[in-house]
Design a protein around this ligand. Sequence first.
Ligand SMILES: [Zn+2]
Length: 247
Amino acid sequence: MRFLFSKPAPSLPDTIEVENENGSYTIRLRRNERAKRYILRVPTGEKLPVLTVPKGGKLETARDFAKRQIGWLEDKLEKRHAPVSAGDGNAVPFRGIPHDVLYSQKLRGGVQLLKSEEGQPYFSVSGDPNNLSKRLVDFLKKQARQDLEQAVDRHAKTLGKKVATVSIRDTKSRWGSCTSDGRLSFSWRLILAPPEVLDYVAAHEVAHLVHMNHSPDFWQVCTQLAPHTPKARRWLNDNGARLHRYF
Ligand SMILES: [Zn+2]
């Protein structure tokens, strides 16, 4: 008796855990029938490292491979993806400028934007110390909404276009989007970037109200609204991924 189909590859778990003396790491397994060998990567914007398992690859071999690479993995995770928590003493960029985050013993007051005696800006966050990050993120989202609404308003007026809604999200893959009926949405993380970058993304989405594509005509409108378009695009290209490291 012959089978028409080749034997299915043995199923793999979604993730494996590997550990060394420093701790344990969760790695996502991804079978790729075209891969020739095992490959471990730390993809930008993804939470977990990914181990590609080639055709016919086995769980035990994958685990051994990951174990041999653990030093490299550790190094990579530390350098490229170390999340910056908003705890005491960690600087967080706000409108492109690093701000220290200090915990205030006061019970009330929420988040305040203050300046040290040397003129260094910082965030003072009060309340339950366990909710520091959440409080600061809520504050940053509010500021992002304010800046983005202002920029959208200004650009829409220039073009004589109407915007239906502006929403603020935590999108990983795009900084902004626009529907044909004028609903714009943006990543709140743009408030971390220099103001001209936020302004460019606002101009970009507003320009889509004129051209729903990325044609030369579109870029002309976008650059007319935001002359710093090329510079801002370069900045996002070089630094955008870094903005996802916070919180
Ligand atoms: Zn676009």
